[in-house]
Design a protein around this ligand. Structure first.
Ligand SMILES: [Zn+2]
Length: 350
């Protein structure tokens, strides 16, 4: 049994982007209820939640943008982007989302926890330096990575983003930086439009952005195959000191916004694959944060499987799952990534 932390707080539900918005507070309600199931209750360690400090947000965002989000506090609906609006409690929820993740990062780095899952909202990976986008206010995972580097002096952080959508904000935060490797699988072409194979980082950061855009219909076997055959060799060579994960449950098989086919067992296998890398490189240090995911049952079932894998309450067999995948789809992704990244990562092979 490993010591797995969870970040949860009722105030994350005070962000209310509108009655019919898919990024609803009910998403967390079903997850928090699931944590009381008999097989889950008492198995996880609570991470004390705090607000992100202004200096922490400024590691990723501009002062003008932080001020703009702060100005929404206490006000009725404010629209920041066609998809993104705030309510009176949104600014606080967003501060607690980034701050809660930073707290989890500290506890994992310092060895108080083996790993952790930040069950927070609003999500973050579309948020740009000076712009809210795609349901996101502050880029939680980007703030978490920079926080680990600034306050804990880590040199190399790996961010894995399995959300249905490409994490444009995260990519842009680190695309010229070889100390943060960003790996993303996402439905493509799709919102937000970025994340092609050839987007591989710029300047000193060339090679440190790895995009694997996917057509609709990829399921457990293909996702796990891609993680094992592309992510794993690159990640092992990069040798991170901490792994952060942008976990979008919108690749779930019944998600209303997506067309991927990942099952709760598939989410467990992706977690297992990531933990294998973490155990070899960084003493198992993995901190996962919630991004998208809009089917309420999918959120509950899938997050339960991820948490069980993190805590060692289950151990999923990756091999079985890859053998069920469509080998042609996996081979196509490897071929395309090799074409762009073969010169950067010698561990990648056909
Ligand atoms: Zn998403």
């Amino acid at each position: 049994m490993r010591k797995t932390g969870i970040v949860r707080d009722e105030r994350y539900m005070n962000h209310r982007p509108g009655s019919f918005h898919p990024e609803s507070h009910k998403r967390l309600k079903v997850i928090y209820d699931m944590l009381n199931d008999p097989d889950m209750a008492g198995q996880f360690h609570e991470v004390p939640v705090r607000r992100a400090e202004r200096e922490e947000l400024l590691l990723v965002h501009s002062p003008q943008y932080v001020d703009m989000v702060a100005a929404t506090e206490g006000k009725a609906s404010q629209s920041l982007d066609p998809d993104t609006s705030t309510s009176a409690g949104s600014y606080e929820a967003a501060l607690l989302a980034s701050g809660g993740l930073c707290r989890a990062v500290s506890m994992v780095i310092e060895g108080e926890l083996d790993n952790a899952f930040a069950l927070v909202r609003p999500p973050g990976h579309h948020a740009e330096k000076s712009r809210a986008m795609g349901f996101c206010l502050f880029n939680n995972v980007a703030v978490g990575a920079r926080y680990a580097q600034e306050y804990h002096k880590l040199k190399r952080v790996l961010i894995i983003d399995w959300d249905l959508h490409h994490g444009n904000g995260t990519q842009h935060s680190f695309e010229e930086d070889p100390t943060v490797l960003y790996f993303s699988t996402h439905q493509y072409p799709y919102y937000p439009g970025s994340g092609a194979f050839h987007e591989a980082g710029r300047g000193k950061g060339e090679g440190f952005t790895v995009n694997v855009p996917l057509s609709p219909g990829h399921g457990d076997g293909e996702y796990v195959g891609i993680f094992e055959k592309i992510l794993k060799p690159v990640a092992m060579e990069f040798n991170p000191e901490l792994i952060l994960v942008s976990a979008g449950i919108d690749i779930y098989e019944n998600d209303p916004l997506g067309s991927m086919l990942v099952s709760p067992e598939g989410f467990a296998a992706l977690t297992r694959s990531i933990m294998d890398v973490a155990e070899k490189c960084c003493d198992g240090k993995v901190v996962i944060t919630l991004e998208g995911g809009y089917d309420l049952n999918g959120l509950s079932f899938s997050i339960k499987s991820v948490l069980k894998e993190l805590a060692g309450l289950s151990e999923t067999s990756i091999e079985d799952m890859i053998s069920r995948g469509d080998q042609n789809k996996i081979d196509y992704a490897i071929e395309q990534v090799l074409r762009v990244h073969g010169r950067f990562w010698k561990g990648l092979s056909p």
